[in-house]
Design a protein around this ligand. Structure first.
Ligand SMILES: C[S@@+](CC[C@H](N)C(=O)[O-])C[C@H]1O[C@@H](n2cnc3c(N)ncnc32)[C@H](O)[C@@H]1O
Length: 645
């Protein structure tokens, strides 16, 4: 029976696999000195020959982002972790039925754990990382020498939040430390993003240039979608040295080039009614002049856009002359020879959208501008400067304080819910999954719930927030919140209730719940990852490779992560032949982590033909039953993937 690996993917090995697909001769296997296991390695001499002459090496100058520590940060993003997501049913809301997740822990570890399950599945990633103002805490990652030792180290890490360190601007590594933190996270985030997904980061003047460079490298500079300037604090920061800053940025990138209009937002109903007063069988429209209204363009420099339409007495428009038809050129009233905005081919193809109107005794040509696009959606472009009050940080604080019924700042400067809702309108469909891995007070979760309630969507959110301790003497601690993660959870609980009290769209599934999953060391003892190193004296101890404090639910979630199964699927717990068995989404995965498993039970489960089944390696009543498991499934349910832990 194959064993589940129970650690996140080793991305270096995955990358080498991709090189092998392109250049099979350049990849070979070599024994890893640390673990003794065979690993893929690249034959660089061979690869150099394949790429002949197109390589930059050594100190040669090139255009790129660099800082001391970049290489280690890159290795860190690729290294696997032996960590687990332990469910906390008490802290969750609607644990059984919700499709939302709240992961408590470091976001680098979270991203690594989520990457298999949500590979290419996230439509919008919104992040609001520490801006590196000189007063921020930045998570100091634990760099390790190589992937294997990283794996083992990760299984020994101490309490979450312990490694959040101050990053004062007096530090010689001020920007490097911030880059060390953001770079590996953004690299993995790209893997989670859907091909048509969008990632947006809030950032201010402190790190905008570095953030842009990191995103340019990870997503490609041609995939910059927008850099919005957001007026967040109209009063300005008086403590600023030269100019009082009152804005910040929203920087958006995609993974692949996106068609024009990809981040348009829906027009609202009132706007359509006010501006699109005409209607035909295709929908509401307004009439816009077909003539180019810019005088710098005309027959003199756009000869191909200067041609006549022919208009009959009754106002019918065509492109061919005929009896009783008058030619109409794009000429201005003062005689200037202008030009149309459409070429003649487009005009011929879309002639039914061209209309003639008599204005002051002369024919003028107009085109129908429909409220809805070809896809039936009425959308409009977003502008690059956002000044509306609804986007101000003050508004974000007011909404938060209102929820917590306080005037004190339990959480400092949460984003405005409306800012995130605008991003949801720009970057999601109604069924999209949205990820925020610097969740803070949980504004993104609140925004998803509120947006769904309004437009009847069923977007799902995944929030990640570390258990950052709230400072001694802070309003948060006084209000009973020892960590930021506690505030996140309470915010979503309160926001969900509040939204349900208001007007809700009939199509909305009313999911205001969330499953809390806490990052912890693996459920498996070290021996699981280094079986070769187990000495004779350890053997007895190693019979059970699962840590004693871990529950069956803990094991189930580590298995879901390992197998890349959706972590929000419904889970039921049944008793089969006297043993507890988990059924995930019916038959998507069946798990039994009990001991004393009999052949009867194995046959019963095989008879249900699950897609995947997993047992505890030492859970069988005898070696004979264990040996027989695969045989039983081959006979009764050959399609089932059978594994053990
Ligand atoms: C600027 S705040 C986000 C505020 C949020 N947008 C809101 O509206 O409430 C950044 C958050 O990221 C969290 N954070 C920082 N480093 C983290 C890490 N390594 N893993 C998870 N969360 C982290 C901090 O605790 C902080 O709450």
């Amino acid at each position: 029976m194959d064993k589940l690996k129970m650690h996140s993917t080793d991305l270096s090995q995955e990358n080498i696999g991709k090189i092998r697909d392109l250049f099979p001769g350049c990849v070979t296997e070599a024994r890893d000195e640390a673990t003794g296991q065979l690993r893929l390695t690249v034959d660089f001499d061979q690869l150099r020959q394949e790429l002949s002459g197109q390589i930059v090496e050594g100190p040669q100058e090139r255009y790129r982002l660099d800082w001391p520590g970049k290489r280690a940060a890159l290795a860190l993003s690729n290294a696997p972790v032996a960590m687990a997501l332990r469910p906390s049913e008490q802290e969750s809301v609607a644990f059984e039925s919700t499709r939302n997740l709240l992961v408590e822990g470091d976001n680098l570890e979270a991203l690594k754990l989520l990457q298999e399950t949500y590979l290419g599945a996230i439509k919008l990633i919104y992040i609001d990382p520490p801006y590196n103002t000189g007063n921020d805490f930045v998570y100091e990652d634990d760099f390790a020498e190589d992937a294997a030792s990283f794996l083992v180290k990760s299984n020994q890490a101490g309490g979450a939040g312990a490694r959040l360190v101050a990053n004062p601007d007096s530090s010689g590594r001020f920007h490097s430390d911030w880059l060390d933190m953001i770079y590996p996270r953004v690299r993995i985030a790209r893997k989670l993003l859907a091909d048509d997904g969008v990632i947006v980061a809030s950032i201010d003047e402190n790190e905008i240039s570095n953030l842009r460079k990191v995103f340019d490298e990870v997503f490609g500079k041609d995939n910059l979608l927008f850099q919005v300037t957001l007026l967040c604090n109209p009063k300005g920061r008086s403590q600023d040295k030269y100019v009082a800053n009152c804005h910040e940025y929203l920087v958006g990138y995609s993974k692949r080039p996106m068609p024009k209009g990809s981040v348009n937002v829906p027009k609202d109903g009132d706007e359509i009614a006010a501006n699109y007063k005409l209607k035909d069988k295709r929908g509401r429209y307004r009439e816009l002049e077909l003539r180019n209204t810019h005088r710098e363009f005309g027959k003199h420099n756009r000869r191909n856009l200067y041609y006549p339409f022919y208009v009959s007495d009754s106002g019918e428009v065509c492109l061919d002359p005929g009896q009783g038809r008058q030619p109409v050129y794009p000429d201005w009233d003062d005689g200037f020879e202008g030009c149309w905005t459409w070429g003649v081919d487009k005009a011929r193809a879309q002639l039914d959208e061209v209309v003639a109107r008599e204005v002051k005794g002369a024919w003028k040509i107009f085109r129908k501008n429909y409220a809805e696009g070809e896809d039936g959606e009425a959308t409009k472009q977003v502008k690059s400067i956002w000044t509306d009050k609804i986007f101000h940080t003050e508004k974000g604080q007011a909404v938060f304080n209102n929820l917590f019924e306080t005037r004190e700042k339990i959480f400092q400067s949460p984003k405005s819910v409306d800012t995130v809702r605008e991003l949801l309108r720009m970057g999601t469909r109604k069924d999209s999954v949205v990820l925020d891995f610097f969740a803070g007070s949980g504004t993104t979760g609140h925004a998803v719930i509120a947006q769904n309630a309004e437009d009847g969507g069923n977007r799902k959110f995944i929030l990640v927030q570390i258990a950052e301790p709230t400072p001694v003497g802070s309003e948060a601690l006084k209000a009973g919140f020892p960590t930021v993660a506690e505030i996140t959870k309470e915010r979503i609980r309160r926001a969900g209730k509040k939204v349900l009290e208001g007007e809700c769209h009939a199509d909305w599934g009313r999911d205001v719940g969330f499953r809390v999953l806490k990052i912890d060391t693996s459920n498996m003892k070290d021996v699981y990852y280094r079986p070769d190193e187990v000495g004779q004296q350890d053997l007895l101890h190693a019979v059970d490779n699962i840590k004693p404090d871990r529950t069956a639910e803990d094991l189930l979630f580590q298995v879901l992560v390992d197998w890349g199964v959706d972590l929000t699927l419904p889970i039921t717990r049944n008793s089969v032949k006297g043993k507890t068995v988990f059924f995930v989404d019916g038959n998507a995965l069946v798990a039994c982590f009990e001991t004393g498993i009999t052949e009867d039970l194995v046959k019963d489960l095989a008879g249900r033909e699950p897609l995947r089944v997993v047992f505890r390696d030492n859970g069988f009543v005898s070696d004979a039953v264990k040996i027989n498991v695969e045989q039983v499934f081959r006979q009764l349910s050959p399609g089932t993937d059978v594994k053990s832990i």
